[in-house]
Design a protein around this ligand. Sequence first.
Ligand code: NIG
Ligand code: FE
Length: 428
Amino acid sequence: MTTILNIGELVGIVPEGVLRKQGAEMSETGSIRDAWLRIADDGTILDFGSMNHYRPAADPADRLWPLRTGGAQGPQPDDNGAMVIDAEGGLLMPGFCDSHTHIVYAGSREGEFLDKIKGLSYEEIAARGGGILNSSDLLNATSEDELYSQSMERVEEMMAAGTTSLEIKSGYGLCPEGELKMLRVIKRIRESVPAVVRSTFLGAHAVGRGYTKEAYVQEMIDLMPKAAEYADFVDVFCDTGFFTPDDTARILEAGARYGLKPKIHANELGISGGVQVGVAHGALSVDHLEQTTDAEIEVLKGTETMPTMLPGSSFFLGLPYGRAGDFIKAGLGIALASDYNPGSSPMGDMRFVMALACIKMRLTPVQALNAVTLNGAFAMGISDTTGSVTRGKRADLLLTSPGWTLTRIPYAYRTPFIRSVFAGGRQV
Ligand code: NIG
Ligand code: FE
């Protein structure tokens, strides 16, 4: 058992059973000033409350993990021997839930960065055989162990930056062996980190070299039973120049036969029809949405699909930012994710995602918090077990240095602010 005392503000408190925030709820978060929080032996949140009502733990035997000393004081035993961390007035919030990443890749695309600076668009780079195909060549030439170690560096970086759950997509193999290699690496990551990892089969990320599109779509459909042994979800890049809504529907139907729920890439490069096909197939989320019209907002109303925006891609590619405010006004929730990948968002810092959402999309810090925590967890189908400060949920938490408020996190967006990150109750 571990108790965190003297928390300046505990935010992200959500009642049990609330799995996502929508519309006006996006602007609300439960909070307690001068709070404590206790983590149970099994890594879940046991209880929390105001310091005015704090009582030391009852069971002196309940000391748990050898916590690494984090702040000035480090963990100290309380009167009854339970481990106590003095937050010294720091803010405690849920860890970030990053529901859309492509962090399993080899090398980088620095060469294309120069093309981009010279003025080539994402589509122009892709049309020249660069882009995703470039990453695919590199990945297929890289050993599975090397791919794992390169990817793990990124996961470690994300956890240090406060991410406690993440989704990872395949999609740089672009042939059966390459896609399965990626899915095995994702599984190995899942088994080796304290963060929650969800796995998505994105075989239809681009047409693999040497295939016609028709043959490639069929190849991915044929791969579905094997992919489903590893993946939780199926995704398609349904966008201009990549896959059509018809291709997408065929792939999603194949995924559904093996229990894979869809998460869709839609409306990054054009109004693709991806939102509509995603919703029609019960997608958990439709992602990107840089170019949404009112029609897509209408289609999403009353569904179980989480619209997910990726402002890191808008920033890096110079695309429009998603219409987050219009979605919220229409009564919808939104999630925000990093899209960490080598081509359109080479960063996985969810605090910067929050900052972009506030600065560029005009979300309030509370709306941004809900979008990067509970709603991100919903977009991974795990908001019953993480994404908020709720008794019984995993203790996936981020403790700031003393003096930080929620608003200051996206405002002073480059000042170091993290003191400790807990994933499943363990300091990472
Ligand atoms: O989400 N849009 C498609 N996929 C990624 C980019 C992948 C890449 O360029 O390597 C994205 O932006
Ligand atoms: Fe993506």
